[in-house]
Write a protein that binds this ligand. Structure first.
Ligand code: GDP
Ligand code: IMO
Ligand code: MG
Length: 438
């Protein structure tokens, strides 16, 4: 465990030219907050996967008041001047949501002029994708995924089926309209829904003028900028265990959320990535269906849910809550090559004692350190916990590790030992300055 970061000034020197911020659990770990902080020190902030299923929250203090921003598509670095935000080829772009975010930013005094590039190769997420998402979930009944209904699965399905429509297609509008008509008709037939095709096409005709200035070959832009010495922060969406390949399939999203997604989703070689920071909540949450071995029953989870305000930033759904599971995080360390961890929401554990930590699984009487393959195995997993004593002191004003209560320090150190990765950042509140560096 070599990395140590004493303060913000050391960030780029220690972390290097290209970094990835990855969710290490099932999403909503608090990625947005660290991305916002690090964006002050990086030149390019890029989303490489996912779409408006993400909800990244940033809370900024201004003149004694707190301003809350929730980003779904826009990279969370957009609040800083002089930065370039990129929506890479691996992401899926829903234009109406993007426009909503741009207007929300304008209303709050943030101008995005000259600050955004969208890959011409990113796929367009269209209204029929959302309709299909809803129909598929309804048809699945009890085995529904519990998606955000943002159309993510159907959009990536079109991409993989090689019928998808890309952002760059808008620049040849007749071609776009032709593809749109063909896809919409095909989907309407298969799924049995109605859509005013010409009205949608006209929407995009009107939208072109506003969207065109942002469209670019972003892989070229990022690699040329890299050569000039510019720094790149890739902002992960979702979390490791929602990855289409490595997650708790089929209860996953439809993109690669692990660090491999940076290379495919931005077009930057894996050898250029200098550090991968995993965001890990001090406990665990999950939205939607799917396995969650350290989940607490509804009543017991209430304390974490209320203290941690655990309601979805995208859908408002109450998040399922449970203890920190170090098997889950260790697997994220392995799958992403995590070099550093940001433990978030340590303040939420204040007043809870004992605090449990999942340290191992037993499956059919045998100890295992890995996430099981099948859903059936998940049902039979017995979780082994250790218990740690909590603390009652308010930790939200702590600026250094030394200022934390002994039991909070012991908790961080124990988790660090279990996940075998340095915890260099500790979140003790929602604001930018409520972060301890170590
Ligand atoms: P993301 O999707 O990973 O960016 O996370 P979300 O924004 O969906 O959810 C994280 C929530 O935790 C947001 O409401 C943040 O404002 C909040 N948050 C982030 N870090 C901390 C922290 O250290 N303490 C507390 N109390 N809240 C935090
Ligand atoms: P951020 O970036 C938490 C979950 C959904 C569902 C599954 C599939 O804010 O961490 P999808 O709509 O992607 O097809 O849904 O994935 N999910 C998230 N959970 N945070 C997210 O994003 C999520 N994005 C998708 O709840 O279980
Ligand atoms: Mg979120």
């Amino acid at each position: 465990m070599t990395l140590s970061i004493k303060n913000e000034a050391e960030l780029t020197e220690k972390l290097g030219q290209v970094i990835y911020i990855a969710g290490s659990q099932w999403g909503d770990e608090g990625k947005g907050k660290l991305v916002d902080i690090l964006s002050q020190h990086y030149d390019i902030i890029a989303r490489c996967a996912g779409g408006a299923n993400a909800g990244h929250t940033i809370v900024v203090k201004e003149g004694g008041e707190s301003k809350k921003f929730v980003f779904h598509l826009m990279p969370s670095g957009v609040l800083h001047e002089g930065k370039m935000c990129v929506i890479g080829n691996g992401a899926v772009v829903e234009i109406p949501t993007l426009f909503e975010e741009i207007s929300m930013l304008k209303e709050k005094g943030v101008n995005i002029h000259g600050k955004l590039k969208i890959s011409d190769r990113a796929h367009l997420l269209l209204s029929y994708h959302k309709t299909i998402d809803g129909i598929q979930e309804d048809r699945k009944g009890d085995s529904k995924v519990g998606t955000t209904k943002r159309g993510i699965g159907p959009c990536y399905t079109d991409k993989a089926s090689r019928i998808g429509i890309r952002v760059g297609d808008l620049l040849d509008f007749d071609h776009f309209a032709e593809k749109f008509r063909a896809n919409a008709e095909r989907h309407m037939k298969v799924y049995g829904f109605e859509l005013d095709i010409e009205q949608e096409i006209n929407y995009y005709k009107d939208a072109i003028e506003s969207i065109e200035p942002f469209i670019d070959n972003t892989a070229k832009y990022i690699n040329e900028s890299y050569k000039e010495g510019k720094t790149v922060l890739a902002e992960g969406a979702q979390g490791t265990h929602l990855d289409i390949d490595h997650g708790t399939y089929p209860y996953v999203t439809s993109s690669n959320t692990t660090s491999g997604g940076v290379s495919t989703g931005l077009g930057i070689g894996p050898n250029k990535i200098t550090n991968v920071i995993g965001i890990m909540k001090a406990y665990t949450t999950r939205v939607g269906e799917g396995p969650f071995p350290s989940e607490l029953p509804l009543k017991e989870a209430e304390m974490l849910r209320e203290q941690g305000a655990e309601y979805g930033a995208t859908t408002g759904r109450p998040r399922r809550c449970g203890w920190l599971d170090t098997i889950v995080v260790k697997e994220a360390v392995m799958l992403n090559g995590l070099t550093s961890i940001n433990m978030t929401k340590l303040d939420v554990l204040t007043g809870i004692t004992p605090i449990k930590v999942a340290v191992g699984y037993k499956l059919n009487g045998e100890k295992t350190d890995y996430i099981p393959f099948s859903l059936k195995d998940f049902e039979n997993v017995e979780v082994e916990y250790i218990e740690m004593e909590g603390w009652t002191e308010d930790i939200s004003k702590a600026k250094t590790f030394e200022e934390l209560p002994e039991n909070a320090k012991a908790y961080v150190k124990k988790v660090e030992e279990l996940v075998e990765t340095p915890i260099n950042f500790i979140g003790v509140g929602v604001h930018r300055d409520e972060m301890i560096y170590r």
